[in-house]
Design a binder for this molecule. Sequence first.
Ligand code: AMP
Length: 212
Amino acid sequence: MSDDRSKGIILIGAPGSGKGTQAKKLKDQLGYAHISTGDLLRAAVKEGTALGQKAKGFMDAGQLVPDDLVIDLLEEALQTPEAKAGFMLDGFPRTMPQADALDAVVTIDKVIDLQVPFELIEERVTGRRMSPSGHVYHIEYNPPKVDERCDVTGEALYQRSDDTPEKVRERLAKFDSETRPVIAHYQQKGVVVAVDGVGDPEEVFTRIMAVM
Ligand code: AMP
C-alpha cells in the first residue's frame, strides 16, 4: 500500500450522539477538513440539484440515501486540497458498502465511536433546532438567546424534517442494522476508540482529545 493515500478519522455514532458538534470542535482544534454527508445532502436538497431531488424523499422519511449516491458525493468531497491534507468524516460510512468504498481510496487512522444510550437520544434529537448557517441549538440544553433565532446570524431556526420521534426511531433501527457492522469492521482493524458521549459537549470534547 502506498504512503501517499490521504489519511483521516471517522466520527461514528447514532443520530443525535453529538458527531456534528464534536466534529466542528475538532476541526477548530486540529484543522482537519470536516466532511458531513448529512450537511452536504441537506445543501444539495436546498439547492435543488439532481442529487438533492433524488435524496430528499429518503431523508424526509428518516431512511438512508442509496449507497451509490452517497459514495459519489463523498469521493468528490475527498478531492479538495484540504481533505487531502487530513479529513474527518461525520455521518459516513453508515453501511458496509460505504466502508469498503472508503477503504479502497483512503487510509483510516482512527474511528471515534461516540456512545450515547438510545434512551437519551430521542430527547436530544427532537429538541434540536438548526440555523440555516449551520449553528445547532437545543431548546433545553443549548437554547438561543432570543427565542427561535440564531445567536450568530439572527436567522429563524428550524427543526429538521427527520428529527421527529417516529423518524428518530427509524434512524436508530438503521444504525443498529447497518452501521454497527461498520464499527465491528474497523474494530477488527484495531482502530476504534470508544468515547462516552454523555454529558456537556465540552466534557465530551476533552474525552475525545485525550484519545487523539
Ligand atoms: P445526518 O445529518 O448525518 O444525521 O444525516 C441526515 C440524513 O442524510 C440521514 O438520515 C440520511 O437520510 C442521509 N445521510 C447522511 N449521510 C448518509 C450516509 N452516509 N448514507 C446514507 N444516507 C446518509
